[in-house]
Design a protein around this ligand. Structure first.
Ligand code: AMP
Ligand code: ZN
Length: 140
């Protein structure tokens, strides 16, 4: 098994595990962006969020919600940034879905998710909304 996260889930390589459930494992990031930086992973090896089975997706996000407060409180943080690099083009380095929970403090020097994108001209919202609704099979 080559995937690092599959190996952590299987207990083959060590990690500082903070939650272990039937479908989800959460552990400290080995190169934390802040103290208490946790990654939450499904047992199922899929690269992208949209490849998760519904039950695995539910278990994953239930675990993220369950951990958000303890991670924040344990580190005395003011909030958490919760994010997913979803695909290689986004900077995802390990092709096994994982949700980052990063404790945040006032003045920690990190930005919001808005700061990772350049500002610029955008297509009209109505046009883009229509394209997404069509791709999603008629969402309203
Ligand atoms: P991403 O860039 O979204 O794919 O994030 C992958 C994360 O996994 C990075 O923040 C790494 O520091 C973290 N990571 C890589 N190997 C390990 C490991 N063995 N144990 C814990 N975290 C890891
Ligand atoms: Zn994997």
């Amino acid at each position: 098994m080559a995937c690092i996260f599959c190996r952590i889930v299987a207990g083959e390589i060590p990690a500082e595990v903070v939650l272990r459930e039937p479908d989800v494992v959460a552990f400290l990031d080995i190169q934390p962006l802040a103290d208490g930086h946790v990654v939450v992973v499904p047992r199922a090896h899929v690269a992208l969020l949209e490849e998760l089975e519904p039950a695995a997706a539910e278990a994953l996000f239930r675990a993220v919600v369950r951990l958000a407060r303890p991670v924040r409180e344990a580190l005395g943080a003011a909030g958490t940034t919760i994010g997913v690099n979803n695909g290689e083009a986004t900077g995802q380095t390990i092709p096994h879905v994982h949700v980052h929970i990063v404790p945040r403090r006032e003045g920690d020097g990190a930005g919001s998710v808005h700061t990772i994108f350049p500002r610029g001209a955008r297509r009209p919202l109505g046009e883009v909304g229509e394209a997404i609704r069509r791709a999603a099979g008629g969402l309203t």
